[in-house]
Structures are given as structure tokens and as C-alpha cells.
Design a protein around this ligand. Structure first.
Ligand SMILES: [Ca+2]
Ligand SMILES: [Ca+2]
Length: 210
């Protein structure tokens, strides 16, 4: 019996490690300049609009460990003060949506309701007319609470989005969202690991009695 329990324990642990946990996953979402051009016919982000990019993705219960939002080869159309307000959105239909926004300083998102649907991320400020790549690391941003925690909360129902309000026109190639999730043990792995623990525990008890 003792030998059986030892074998069960060894098998359980070995099988669990051999099976492994589900590997961490990386997800990429991208909007091209052409996607954005559907808004007004000209590519890029239009001053007269604000945008909400809705994404539906089931992360399978995995925890989001990092997320970056990249603006690739972005530039302002002329030399002037400019602002691009960037938000996380909790609930929005899938796809790119655009709406009129008044010209002038200030973010249109500040007047949207319910405000709980929008979380401010960052403002890209006074970009030059030469293109550059800008990466916003959600793990490094916070507004009362970590942006990555908030993002994890927003994606938990598989529906989330990115909000953008440009003040002035921006040219760009792509906007991409990169999400990395932590591995979660597969159910089969947990069963095997459990059998290893049961084997060890039973063996331990018998040793004590013995
Ligand atoms: Ca605007
Ligand atoms: Ca959501």
C-alpha cells in the first residue's frame, strides 16, 4: 500500500508538471489608418470626432498581467499645440465607432455618461509633425488605481474598448493593443496535482501511524 501511495504521489506530480499549466498568452488587436479613414474619408484621427474602438475577446478567465497601447508612426498634421486624450472603455459594441466632438481644448469623454464606463488613461501632448512610435504601458499608468487592474476589470465580461479624442488631426499607421495574460492551471493539471498531494498526505499519515 505504501508503495502504491508513493507511486501515486510521484505520478501525480510528474504528470502535473509534464502536462504543465496553460502557457501565458499574448493577444494583439490592431486598427489601421485605413480603418480610421472610414470615419471621414481621410486617414488618421480627425479633430472633429472622438472614437471608441470596441473589442470583444474572451481571455478564458486568465489574468491580464500586462497591456500596452501603441501609436505607430503618429504625428500631428501641422505645428501647433495638440492633445490626444486616451481612455479605457468598459462597455461598447464591437468595432470602431465615431461621433462628433466639439473643437477646442478639453476631452469630450469628460461629458459622456455614465462616467463609470470610461477611465482616463493618458494624454499625448504636442506631438510634432514627424512620425514617432508611442507606447502606453498600462502597468505604468495609474489614476487612483492601477490602469492594468482597471483594464482587467473592464475585460472580465469579454467586452471592452479604447476611447480616443483627438484635438487636431493626427496621421498614423496603426494603433495596436497588446495584452499578455498569466497562465492558469488546466483542470486536468489540477486533478493530477491533487492526486499527488493526496498520495503524499496519505503516505505521511501512514508513516506517523507506523
Ligand atoms: Ca475631437
Ligand atoms: Ca466590460
Amino acid at each position: 500500500m505504501k508503495r502504491f501511495l508513493v507511486c501515486l504521489a510521484i505520478f501525480g506530480f510528474l504528470a502535473a508538471f509534464a502536462t504543465g499549466s496553460a502557457h501565458s498568452a499574448t493577444y494583439n488587436f490592431e486598427l489601421s489608418s485605413t480603418d480610421l479613414s472610414n470615419a471621414f474619408g481621410d486617414p488618421g484621427l480627425n479633430h472633429d470626432l472622438y472614437y471608441i474602438w470596441g473589442i470583444t475577446q474572451n481571455f478564458g478567465g486568465e489574468t491580464v498581467t500586462s497591456a500596452t497601447l501603441s501609436f505607430n508612426n503618429i504625428s500631428n498634421w501641422i505645428v501647433e499645440p495638440n492633445w490626444l486624450y486616451v481612455y479605457l472603455v468598459d462597455s461598447v459594441p464591437t468595432g470602431l465607432h465615431w461621433y462628433n466632438s466639439p473643437k477646442g481644448a478639453g476631452s469630450t469623454f469628460d461629458s459622456l455618461v455614465p462616467q463609470s464606463n470610461y477611465a482616463y488613461l493618458d494624454t499625448l501632448n504636442d506631438l510634432p509633425t514627424t512620425g514617432q512610435n508611442i507606447v502606453l504601458d498600462l502597468g505604468a499608468l495609474s489614476g487612483g488605481r492601477s490602469a492594468i487592474d482597471l483594464f482587467g476589470l473592464f475585460v472580465s465580461d469579454t467586452v471592452f474598448g479604447i476611447g480616443l479624442d483627438p484635438h487636431c488631426h493626427y496621421w498614423l499607421d496603426t494603433i495596436s493593443l497588446n495584452v499578455v495574460t498569466a497562465p492558469v492551471p488546466e483542470p486536468g493539471t489540477l486533478v493530477l496535482l491533487g492526486s499527488g498531494l493526496v498520495g503524499i498526505a496519505s503516505w505521511g499519515r501512514r508513516r506517523v501511524r507506523g
